[in-house]
Every structure is written in C-alpha cells, then in structure tokens.
Design a protein around this ligand. Structure first.
Ligand SMILES: Cc1cc2nc3c(=O)[nH]c(=O)nc-3n(C[C@H](O)[C@H](O)[C@H](O)COP(=O)(O)O)c2cc1C
Length: 237
C-alpha cells in the first residue's frame, strides 16, 4: 500500500481506544468471609496499568456496579494475578459472571490462597505471578472509579526463575487484550534499548529470548480448567 494512502486519516468519536492492554484477574474478598457476599471473588480487568516504580504502584479502573468494587473498597486490598494461556478461559469467565451470584473460584476450579502481605484479599494459586496491592486512593472518574494501589508483595512460580535468580516472564505464556480480543504473546521483536544496542549484544539477547519463547509457547489451552459452554455475554468494560 502506498504511504499516501496508508496515512490518509479519518476522525472517530473520542473513545477509550488505547490498545493493546494487559488483561488480569483481580482477586479480592470482603471483611467478613462468613458471609456469602464477602466470599473470595475474581474480577477480570483490562483497564489496569503501572503508574509508579518507586514505590511500585498500579491502577485499576472498576465500575461501581461490580460486586468486587465494594469488596475492594471495604478492605482496601486486591491482588492482581497475571494471566497465562492456561488461565485465559477462566479469565474470560470471571469477566462475564458476577461474584454476587456465584462462587467464581469454585466455578473456574481455581484455588484461593492467602496473599503475601495482605489480610483479606486472596491470591490465585494457579496464576504465574500475583501482585498484592494495598489501595491508597479511589477517585470517581465517571463510568469507572480509579483505584490506585501500592504493590506490597509479589509472588511468582518458581519455574519462572533462571539459575541466576532472574525472573523470566517470557516463560509464563502471558496474554494481552486488544479491542475485544485476546492475544498470545509469543514472538520477540526487540528489547528495551535494542535500537541502540551493539550488533553482538542484540544477537545474543535475541537468540536467548527467542529460544525461551519458542520452547514455552503453543501449549494447548487448558479447557479442563473451566466449565464448558459459552456464557451469555454482555458489553463488559
Ligand atoms: C476482557 C474483559 C475485561 C474487563 N475489564 C474490566 C475493567 O477494566 N473494569 C471493569 O469494571 N470491568 C471490566 N470487565 C467486566 C467485569 O470483569 C465483569 O463485569 C465481571 O462480571 C464483574 O464481576 P463481579 O461482579 O464479580 O465484580 C471486563 C470483562 C472482560 C471479559
């Protein structure tokens, strides 16, 4: 396609079109676990982001109508669980069903475990990486409330660590979300600073990473992890 045609523009109405974004499973629970309405819950969130590195902080945007909104606001805690391919079906399910009506941990055959550094919100055992978060502020923006939180602890599956103790997140088969669809990460295109790296450093890094990605991706999605059937879907985010 000619550049003059490719770069011809149209104007669209303003909308939240930032893509791709991570898609994460946020786990939480109310202060009184003996009440059904406070049981551990999982909400799928695509509007999540890193907002500070020192101290490490994240944001999630949550509609007030979500059952999880109250649980998080009452306890001041949540856990961001990263999503690998094996969790994707459960992740989607937790984004179309409400914890007000069912136990999503049980439905998705997932295990709630105590989250490092938190009192109320559980982590998801099956997630490769879990970030324990303490909320520092909640701001109403309009359709969504913005929760800003400090990451107080991180837990990761041991197999993700290399011999030198470095976290190899590329082994976790993480997925992302773009304009209504889920995608697998799988092909490394470069690394931070590659545009100015020496040819030797570039070749070494790319060969190492490409080997890990090739070895670890392409596993079948674990359908057994989820009840079968297509859940009724309504517009979610
Ligand atoms: C891929 C995906 C991304 C979503 N992202 C968000 C989000 O960023 N914020 C939000 O409030 N809801 C989001 N949702 C919708 C909630 O996950 C959904 O309404 C869920 O059923 C709420 O669960 P709860 O009532 O148990 O809290 C998303 C759903 C899906 C499937």
């Amino acid at each position: 396609m000619k550049d003059s045609v490719r770069h011809e523009k149209i104007i669209l109405p303003p909308s939240a079109l930032l893509n791709p974004v991570p898609v994460v499973m946020v786990s939480c629970a109310g202060p009184n676990r003996e009440f059904v309405q406070d049981r551990p819950n999982i909400v799928t969130i695509a509007w999540a982001g890193t907002v500070c590195s020192e101290p490490p902080m994240v944001s999630i945007s949550v509609r007030k109508s979500r059952h999880s909104h109250r649980l998080m606001q009452e306890t001041g805690e949540f856990v961001i669980n990263l999503v690998g391919i094996n969790l994707l079906r459960a992740c989607d399910y937790c984004g179309v069903r409400s914890g007000a009506k069912e136990d999503k941990f049980a439905a998705a055959k997932l295990t709630a475990v105590p989250a490092e550094g938190l009192e109320h919100a559980p982590a998801i055992l099956e997630a490769p990486v879990s970030l324990s978060c303490k909320i520092v502020s909640v701001s109403g923006l309009g359709s969504h409330d913005l929760f800003i939180a400090k990451i107080v602890a991180v837990t990761a599956d041991k197999y993700l660590m290399d011999k030198e103790g470095k976290l190899c997140l590329e082994k976790a088969d993480l997925v992302c979300y773009s304009h209504g669809d889920y995608y697998q990460l799988g092909r490394i295109l470069g690394f931070f600073g590659y545009s100015v790296a020496s040819p030797e450093a570039y070749k070494r890094r790319m060969t190492e990473k490409a080997a890990v990605v090739k070895k670890d991706t392409g596993k079948p999605v674990n359908k057994k992890n989820m009840p079968q059937g297509t859940p009724k879907r309504k517009k979610t985010t």
